[in-house]
Design a binder for this molecule. Structure first.
Ligand code: R5P
Length: 289
């Protein structure tokens, strides 16, 4: 198998190739002055099984176009099998028509990926796993809780409590808590669909003197984590750390979390950011076998 690190996953793709012991094929790429993407494979791929590792953030729309161009080109150049690995799958939160007239964005994108020629699709902690049923090719969701849990376990936190800030990340919190050997629970969050304002409320947790690890699938504006962290600090937590699979960290997110009492924020390399201390490369290699 050949591994191709796409322009948005250069480090992760290289790690996947190294751990899997596979040949890596690099790309030439650039953006034309008018914003269009140019990509060229440096080596032939005819007859090969290819794993393309290319995340779809930042610049979701550009990354998605690159993903489609590459997938189609790989098939066109004779690759035997193309596995598209989008460690972070953009647009996954828009998985239904919440308000009349809205697009069901994730469904459209899955149709395009399959239509471009992907034989298999792999992602990590997609917002809702059931959306993968829109594919007719084999599609797998991998769980970053495995690597996040091990990372937190090795921190030897003081009387740790694993908190999901909303119902959506309960399964992540549960698995992380199993690995760490800690208690877990969840808050409930509601978001105003028009203003985006977040309200978090939840069960009473005795946070006093404890280290709290908040886990979520993604951190975008940091608003969800900030609200949950503030409640935990108000209840006497000695330290609040936040962990996520996908550190999108849009402008102001880190500051927003910091002023709400978050002591440290860490994420995985599904999105390569300055806080991507936890690698999903071993998970992807396992998922490829
Ligand atoms: C939403 O349901 C997700 O699981 C995250 O909690 C959310 O997208 C995080 O967004 P933000 O950082 O903007 O609050």
């Amino acid at each position: 198998m050949i591994v191709i690190p796409g322009p948005s996953s250069l480090n992760l793709g290289a790690k996947v190739a190294e751990i899997a012991g596979c040949r890596r094929v690099d790309l030439d790429y650039k953006t034309f002055p008018d914003g269009e993407s140019y990509i060229r494979l440096r080596e032939a791929v005819a007859g090969e099984a290819v794993a393309l590792v290319h995340t779809t953030f930042p610049q979701q729309d550009k990354r998605l176009i690159e993903l489609l161009l590459l997938t189609d080109a790989l098939k066109d150049m004779g690759a035997k099998k193309v596995t598209v690995i989008a460690p972070y799958m953009a647009y996954a939160r828009q998985d239904m028509r919440f308000r009349d007239g809205e697009t069901v964005s994730i469904k459209t994108l899955f149709k395009l990926i399959e239509g471009a020629g992907a034989d298999q699709f792999i992602t990590v902690d997609v917002h809702k796993e059931s959306t993968l049923s829109a594919f007719s090719i084999k599609a797998k969701n991998l769980y970053a809780s495995e690597v996040i849990g091990k990372y937190i376990r090795d921190l030897n936190l003081k009387s740790p409590y694993i908190l999901s800030p909303d119902k959506g990340a309960i399964m992540i919190a549960k698995r992380v808590a199993e690995i760490v050997g800690a208690e877990y629970g969840n808050f409930e969050k509601s978001r105003d669909r028009i203003t985006g304002a977040i309200t978090v409320k939840g069960e009473r947790v005795d946070a006093s003197g404890r280290d709290i690890a908040i886990v979520d699938d993604m951190i975008s504006t940091g608003g969800t984590i900030a609200s949950a962290a503030k409640m935990m600090k108000d209840r006497g937590a000695s330290r609040v750390m936040a962990f996520c699979t996908h550190p999108l960290l849009v402008a102001g997110a880190r500051e927003r979390m910091k002023i709400s009492g978050v002591d440290e924020v860490l994420g995985t390399d599904t999105v390569e950011s300055e806080i991507s201390a936890i690698s999903v490369a071993p998970l992807i290699v396992k998922g490829l076998s």
